[in-house]
Design a protein around this ligand. Structure first.
Ligand SMILES: NC(=O)c1ccc[n+]([C@@H]2O[C@H](COP(=O)([O-])OP(=O)(O)OC[C@H]3O[C@@H](n4cnc5c(N)ncnc54)[C@H](OP(=O)(O)O)[C@@H]3O)[C@@H](O)[C@H]2O)c1
Length: 147
């Protein structure tokens, strides 16, 4: 069982990632500005009231995470600096993942995959990436992307 932190968890791809990892039996820490009914129904741990462009919220989030072990952090909304996580006790691998063209509010419902399909692809990709892949950029379909 892993401890998985996911930002932008209230809807779209982030919500489906929360659903997927919770279904797998992982411990999900869902970070959001406000809890949606769909997120609330998952029964995962929710850290709400986090506007990622507000430094004070990020500092509060870091404080709330202190002492918690996190195996996987999916920064699906915005970017958290490494410092936001406080003292890191292990080496961290970092990957950039393009989710594909996904039918969410962001695209006005257009796209060639559903949020659930995209979440499935992202999780499958993350399952096979390891420390030697750190610093690489991928499409969720498993194709490495140049950058
Ligand atoms: N959909 C696509 O085709 C596509 C393509 C390329 C990249 N992406 C990227 O994939 C990620 C997820 O996209 P999506 O399509 O799932 O988007 P979405 O349906 O619009 O959902 C975005 C989520 O991020 C949260 N969020 C946005 N800005 C935030 C902020 N400043 N602080 C805290 N939370 C914030 C939103 O919170 P609220 O619910 O509170 O508004 C919402 O839950 C984004 O980074 C997006 O750029 C998506």
């Amino acid at each position: 069982m892993s401890h998985v932190l996911i930002t932008g968890a209230a809807r779209g791809i982030g919500l489906e990632l929360c659903r997927l990892y919770a279904k797998r039996g992982d411990t999900v820490l869902a970070v959001c500005r406000g809890v949606s009914p769909e997120l609330a129904s998952l029964g995962v741990t929710v850290l709400e009231g986090v506007e990622l462009t507000h430094q004070s919220d990020v500092i509060n989030l870091a404080a709330a995470l202190r002492g918690r072990s996190i195996d996987l952090a999916i920064l699906n909304a915005g970017v958290l600096s490494v410092e936001s996580f406080g003292d890191l006790e292990k080496e961290v691998s970092v990957f950039l993942v393009h989710p594909g063209y996904v039918q969410t509010d962001m695209t006005g419902g257009r796209g060639d995959s559903t949020p659930a399909e995209s979440a499935e692809r992202i999780a499958r990709l993350l399952d096979r990436l390891g420390p030697s892949d750190s610093g690489t950029f991928w499409h969720a379909n498993g194709t490495p992307l140049p950058w």
